[in-house]
Write a protein that binds this ligand. Structure first.
Ligand code: SF4
Length: 402
């Protein structure tokens, strides 16, 4: 999750009376501890999350019996499903047997949160959608701000406001909606008050890739900000995309197991409907702001991926990345960047497919960038990429004018 979104999720836990907080910002110590407690074969996100968790235990002098780490899990072809198990081993071998790990999985739509599931899932979902909205506003406004730093300030203020709202609002769905929507409207108006100067020549770069590395600025060397410095605007795949994908996979698997009328199917259907309605209502408050930048539904993303990676045959983020790259291009992106951790299985598969995707989309530049915490040549890569995207934008504008 983006930093602000993670804060909102922690607020959703606090709304239920759980003393939750985000891990402190990742830094050199994170990598040091991550390297010490991993073997070197793990994916980069594993190293960062292990490092961040160990840093929490180190910094707080750790009351292990009161510490629970939240580490969701997932099915699929990659190593993410092993993170919680791996973390358990690291904790045990370092004498932290009392520290617990809360690890719901996407295989059942994250209902494994037990008695927390119902109130938490709805509050957390609203927090996640609100987090995506704020992040999207940040990325749409910041490249055009007149006063440097003004959009970051507004974003930080809005995150703080929404955290307070989510934490203090009643858990009852109707009352929570009324309070949250009021705060979101206040955030929307604050973003609208940021002084901007539009520049139609700025290329729009769609960003896809592995969810952690894509949204965690520390892990991707703050790539979005660097793109903006090179004169581009970023449109990044949001966090909710993964939840929609998990829901759709759950439904697909239930059908495959011929459980169309089971209690689990009904509950999955209901959850889907409620989440869709919540999302639509929250987004409706920003209809004007996001006009022309609407996110594609997961069904559209999976259909767009179908010629390359049919969702019934390939699963996980590779399908989303390829499908979303196509959707971004159709919605006017001038270039696509795939952010993946070094050796990420999803990233490697997607990269192999992108040349065909690019050719099918009229030669749109698509670049895969891998991160392992030691990236050195990013400046050159980005400079060239943004120039290619700018060239494509210019060509399209000229063609439209003729
Ligand atoms: S998506 Fe990539 S980086 Fe993430 S766990 Fe899977 S293989 Fe590793």
């Amino acid at each position: 999750m983006a930093e602000g979104s993670a804060r909102l999720l922690a607020a959703a836990f606090r709304a239920l009376g759980i003393d939750a907080d985000v891990t402190p910002p990742s830094d050199a110590r994170t990598l040091e501890l991550g390297s010490r407690h991993t073997g070197g074969d793990e994916c980069f996100p594993a190293k960062v999350t292990v490092g961040d968790f160990m840093k929490v235990l180190e910094q707080r002098g750790a009351d292990a019996s009161r510490t629970v780490f939240f580490m969701p899990s997932a099915d699929g072809p990659c190593r993410f499903g092993q993170y919680a198990t791996y973390m358990r081993r690291v904790l045990d071998t370092n004498g932290y047997r009392d520290v617990k790990i809360l690890s719901p999985t996407c295989g059942d739509g994250y209902v494994g949160l037990n008695e927390l599931a119902r109130p938490f899932l709805r509050t957390a979902w609203r927090a996640a959608v609100a987090g995506d909205i704020l992040y999207k506003l940040l990325l749409m406004v910041r490249p055009y701000e007149v006063v440097a730093g003004s959009t970051d300030r507004v974003y930080a203020e809005c995150v703080a406001l929404l955290c307070g709202t989510i934490e203090r609002a009643p858990i009852e769905a109707g009352a929570q909606w009324r309070t949250l929507s009021k705060s979101l409207v206040a955030c929307r108006d604050t973003f609208r008050s940021v002084e901007i100067r539009r520049d139609s020549g700025r290329p729009l770069v769609g960003i896809v890739g592995e969810i952690f590395c894509r949204l965690n600025a520390f892990s991707n060397n703050d790539l979005v900000r660097r793109l903006e410095e090179y004169g581009a605007e970023a449109w990044i795949s949001d966090f909710s995309e993964w939840i929609w994908y998990s829901n759709s996979e759950e439904t697909r698997m239930l059908k495959l197991r011929k459980q169309r009328l089971s209690a689990q199917t009904v509950s999955a259907w209901l959850r889907n409907r409620i989440q869709r309605r919540d999302e639509e209502r929250l987004l409706a408050l920003f209809r004007e702001d996001f006009a022309g930048r609407e996110e594609p539904h997961v069904e559209e993303v999976l259909e767009a991926a179908r010629p390359y990676l049919p969702a019934e045959g390939a699963i996980g983020e590779m399908v989303l990345n390829v499908g979303k790259a196509v959707c971004f291009a159709r919605r006017g992106a001038d270039g696509i960047i795939d952010i993946s951790p070094f050796t990420c299985m999803n990233g490697v598969v997607s990269e192999a497919i992108y040349p065909r995707v690019s050719a099918d989309l009229g030669g749109i530049p698509i670049r895969s960038l891998y991160f392992d915490g030691t990236q050195t040549d990013l400046e050159l890569d980005l400079g060239i990429f943004v120039e290619m995207a700018r060239g494509r934008r210019l060509k399209r504008r000229l063609a439209a004018a003729m």
